[in-house]
Design a protein around this ligand. Structure first.
Ligand SMILES: [Cu+2]
Length: 138
């Protein structure tokens, strides 16, 4: 009976292969679980680009634009939300935070003292910006 001999011979390697494949899949899943979720949660990064002389910041497409502005001490800066999502302005030094701004909403703050005021959005902390306030002598 050639078939009775041949059949177990085929089954054993098949089982080993299936077990090996199962282990490989499990190992791959474990590696995937350990991998950081790039793109899902970006770390809050420092604002990039040169500061722009302006006293208005538009919030559009989840970006403060310009995200770095330079103003003279005593200037009132106004943020306006152009997105269909609520945004806010929260100072990293916790000196102030805006209420949530809905679409078309705006918030103003007068910067009396020179300094670098870094902020982020309370809803989306990956959104960051900075207001650089210069003294009256420049
Ligand atoms: Cu936001």
């Amino acid at each position: 009976m050639k078939f009775k001999l041949k059949y177990p011979m085929l089954m054993i390697p098949g089982c080993i292969l299936a077990a090996a494949l199962g282990m490989a899949i499990a190992a791959e899943r474990a590696a995937f679980a350990d991998a950081p979720m790039h793109g899902m949660l970006m770390p809050a990064s420092a604002p990039s680009g040169p500061p722009v002389s302006a006293n208005a910041v538009a919030i559009h497409n989840f970006v403060f634009g310009p995200n770095a502005i330079t103003v003279a001490a005593g200037t009132t800066v106004t943020w306006t939300n152009q997105d269909n999502e609520p945004h806010s302005v929260v100072m990293i030094d916790q000196s102030f935070r805006s209420p949530p701004m809905d679409t078309g909403g705006h918030f103003s703050h007068t910067f009396a003292a020179p300094g670098q005021y870094r902020y982020f959005c309370g809803f989306h902390p990956q959104m960051t910006g900075v207001v650089i306030v210069r003294g009256s002598n420049g």
